[in-house]
Design a protein around this ligand. Structure first.
Ligand code: FES
Length: 292
């Protein structure tokens, strides 16, 4: 099977939307799952899928320039045949008819939440979308989210949209006004933690999606471990979506900082070596096996 880049488009300054023809994966992939793309031998990157076109066999992924390998993927030409694409990986999110569902996302999380919004609406939920960014120009996929949600609130910190402030400020208002049965939150650790604390008080079912960097994506390297319900779990095997009331966000923050360090390396080093990076991270932040 040849996996080919069939289209790509830059948007919001530092992101690229890349269409990959991979019909065998596109027909099986469900919202919340991800794929691993090998650009060439030894250079792979895990990517969440923003749009699934099972009829044409095309997946749309979002590559951000901050990630060196994703940036290289975005620089490949249209019609480039990729070395390999592995997927679907991870566990799909639970899509059930609940009634009123809020989907809140910031940054690249908006791309991750879009297929979830569509699936939730398809099974009969009323979906309120809340998307946030610093400025309106940094917002991803605003038009697609407007079409997909029953109601949408766009929050920008500089007030360039209809609602000034953080996405969580808009969420606090909505949670006071509406009777919400379920919440999906994808974005920064701070945002997901705040949303989960608010919904815990009201006992609202909440799923969050963690964005830890992944290396092998099949449970062998341990780099993607997160603490959920006081035990270590691998986001590539049991996630990346988890019950927001059970995630240890303090531990998640520490790991995210470790990966920021790795990303700095990736930018500095001309040859990015995933094995070296995994070993470095695991040495600094070892798996706490005793607590399991
Ligand atoms: S990426 Fe999950 S164990 Fe390696």
């Amino acid at each position: 099977m040849h996996y080919k880049i069939v289209n790509k488009q830059s948007f919001a300054g530092r992101f690229k939307r890349i269409n990959i023809h991979c019909p065998d994966i596109a027909t099986k992939l469900q919202p919340g799952q991800f794929i691993k793309v090998s650009l060439w031998q030894g250079a792979s990157v895990s990517l969440i899928v923003a749009e699934i076109d099972s009829l044409r066999g095309v997946l749309t992924v979002i590559a951000q320039d901050a990630d060196p390998l994703a940036q290289q993927l975005g620089n490949l030409p249209i019609n480039y045949v990729l070395h390999a694409v592995l997927g679907p990986l991870g566990v799909p999110v639970r899509i059930e008819k609940k009634g009123m569902v809020v989907c809140i996302a910031t940054g690249i999380g908006i791309g991750r939440i879009l297929p979830i919004v569509r699936a939730l609406k398809q099974v009969g939920n009323k979906v309120i979308g809340i998307i946030g960014a610093r400025t309106k120009t940094e917002l991803l996929l605003e038009v697609q989210m407007r079409i997909a949600c029953n109601k949408i609130i766009v929050a920008t910190e500089d007030g360039s949209s209809e609602c000034r402030g953080l996405a969580t400020d808009a969420f606090k208002r909505i949670i006071g006004e509406e009777s919400i049965q379920s919440v999906f939150a994808i974005g920064s650790v701070d945002m997901m933690e705040e949303v989960s604390l608010l919904t815990k008080e009201k006992n609202i079912d909440t799923q969050v999606m963690v964005d830890v960097s992944m290396i092998d994506c099949v449970g062998l390297c341990g780099a993607c471990r997160v603490r959920v319900r006081n035990r270590n779990v691998l986001a590539c095997i049991e996630g990346p979506a988890f019950n927001g009331h059970q995630v240890d966000f303090t531990d998640l923050r520490i790991r995210m900082n470790a990966f920021k360090e790795r990303d700095r390396w990736g930018n500095l080093k001309s040859s990015f070596n995933p094995r070296e990076n995994a070993l470095e991270i695991l040495t600094k932040y070892p798996l706490d096996i005793k607590k399991n």
